[in-house]
Design a protein around this ligand. Structure first.
Ligand code: TMP
Length: 246
């Protein structure tokens, strides 16, 4: 488990740069024994399909329990908040309202599920976490990465994943997959966004990968599902030999 550095964003010559300031954290999360893993990626990166194959594989090799969860949502109240955020009728939702709702759901999910399982020593595998807000709300919605980081710091008290598996696909590929899958996947409000939004999301993630090269592992998700699952598995087993048998 990591302690989050505070992330300060500066804009210079059109490039986002971040200054990291380590901050001592208090209270929450001091007695954590478990392992907190997240998965991130633009829409259409194939997260759901990968997770459906990766979790059973990890479970086979894990020496502790694995709890698979997701955001937005992941616990009863947080799932209620998810419904409000993703409701296709809420087109007029203000972007800060949206950011606050994501952070509120995250806080509740953390208290209800993530922390109790980490305290028990389990592996918590979460589909999306703070990075999604930094990218979607901070970059793509234009609120600013630093503002969204601060909001989320309040929500999480600085708790960060040990490893984040980032599934990387170009925006065009992600969008094409979404459209193909529309028949068997619920089309939500955010899928209505165009290519430029999806491109900003991808670029936002690439900035985070550069900024957190140790925590975030970028995986080429244009490869076959089998290869992507295999690579995710390999990364985790190599990084955490105490938690998995080979
Ligand atoms: P999902 O498709 O992975 O279930 O995520 C639903 C959408 O919510 C997806 O388009 C990304 C978006 N999202 C944010 O904009 N900010 C966040 O903090 C999270 C967790 C998700």
């Amino acid at each position: 488990l990591r302690r989050s550095p505070e992330c300060h964003q500066e804009e210079a010559d059109g490039h986002l740069r971040y200054r990291i300031i380590e901050k001592k954290l208090k209270g929450m999360g001091d007695n954590m024994k478990g392992l907190f893993i997240t998965m991130e990626g633009p829409d259409g990166a194939g997260k759901t399909t990968v997770i459906n194959q990766l979790i059973p594989l990890l479970q086979k090799h894990a020496l502790v329990d694995i709890v698979s969860t997701r955001e937005p949502g992941g616990s009863r109240i947080a799932e209620d908040i998810r419904k409000v955020i993703l409701d296709v009728n809420n087109t007029e939702m203000d972007e800060r309202t949206e950011a606050i709702l994501y952070a509120a759901g995250r806080r509740q999910h953390l208290k209800d599920r993530i922390l109790p399982n980490l305290e028990k020593g389990n592996i918590v595998f979460c589909d999306r976490f703070v990075d999604s807000s930094l990218v979607y709300q901070g970059v793509a919605r234009g609120i600013g990465v630093e503002e969204v980081a601060q909001l989320n710091h309040f929500a999480t008290d600085g708790l960060e994943p040990s490893t984040t598996l980032y599934l990387d696909v170009p925006a065009e590929v992600g969008l094409e997959r979404i459209h193909k899958a529309r028949g068997n996947r619920q089309f939500d409000r955010l899928d209505q966004e165009g290519l430029s939004f999806h491109t900003m999301v991808r670029n936002g993630y690439l900035e985070l990968v550069k900024k957190y090269p140790e925590r975030i592992v970028s995986i080429d998700a244009t490869k076959s599902i089998e290869e992507v699952v295999e690579e995710c598995f390999r990364v985790l087993v190599e990084r955490y030999p105490k938690y998995f048998t080979k």
